[in-house]
Design a protein around this ligand. Structure first.
Ligand SMILES: O=C(O)CCC(=O)C(=O)O
Ligand SMILES: [Mn+2]
Length: 224
């Protein structure tokens, strides 16, 4: 058994206290990872992210997309997004992540970092729309980027490099006690796509979207 399959089967909790962040290592072979990166770059409905910060409307270079099993609304940084229905490929990746982690997810927030000049600043994912202490599974494709966690009180930092096709899961009290970020870097010139599978508990207002039955499609097993 190589190191990666060891990590994959016995994920390592990289946090010393106050939560669980399990790193599973690389889940997919290189050709499959390349296939998904290309698929995600070309087929996801990417939009620049928006935020209201200190009353100012900010539009990021980084792009985002929000998909779910129902047209859930998700509000963060004071902007509300309404989910698009799953694609077959996203469902296949959700199935893969669920089988590895034993968790169930109903939504996915995707981020596209075109290169190292784009990152994500310190935050925690504790919005009221999300299941409290629910697991958040982060699957990465493309360029390797550093992911840093910082304890809210002690300021202790823990970091991990998120590699192509690797999986990391944050759960339990992690969002209460830790912030996380993806720092910008001059060393990376390639794109990275990150998928965070989440559990949203927003009630569904079906009157808003009648075309959502498109989401009821067969989920194939992921290509290996
Ligand atoms: O890109 C990443 O690895 C992190 C993304 C993230 O923290 C988020 O979408 O909330
Ligand atoms: Mn986050």
């Amino acid at each position: 058994m190589d190191l990666f399959s060891k990590i994959e089967n016995n994920p390592i909790n990289i946090l010393p206290k106050g939560g669980v962040v399990n790193y599973y290592g690389i889940l997919l072979a290189e050709p499959t990872a390349k296939y998904y990166l290309k698929y995600l770059l070309n087929n996801i409905a990417w939009k620049n992210d928006e935020a209201i910060i200190f009353g100012k409307h900010i539009v990021t270079k980084r792009k985002v997309a929000w998909y779910a099993e129902k047209p859930f609304e998700y509000t963060y940084s004071k902007i509300t997004k309404s989910a698009l229905p799953w694609t077959q490929e996203l469902l296949a990746l959700k199935t893969l992540v669920e089988s590895k982690t034993g968790e169930i997810f109903n939504s996915c927030l995707l981020n596209l970092y075109h290169d190292g000049s784009e990152g994500m600043s310190w935050h925690s994912d504790g919005e009221k729309d999300l299941k409290k202490n629910g697991a958040i599974a982060s699957l990465s494709f493309g360029a390797e980027r550093k992911f840093v966690l910082k304890h809210k009180e002690t300021k202790e930092k823990v970091s991990v490099i998120l590699r192509d096709a690797s999986l990391l899961v944050m759960k339990n009290e992690t969002q209460t006690n830790w912030l996380h970020c993806v720092p910008t870097t001059k060393k990376v010139n390639e794109a990275r796509v990150n998928l965070t599978f989440r559990t949203i508990n927003a009630p569904l207002d079906v009157s808003k979207r009648h075309d959502f039955c498109r989401a009821k499609i067969h989920a194939p097993l992921p290509r290996q």
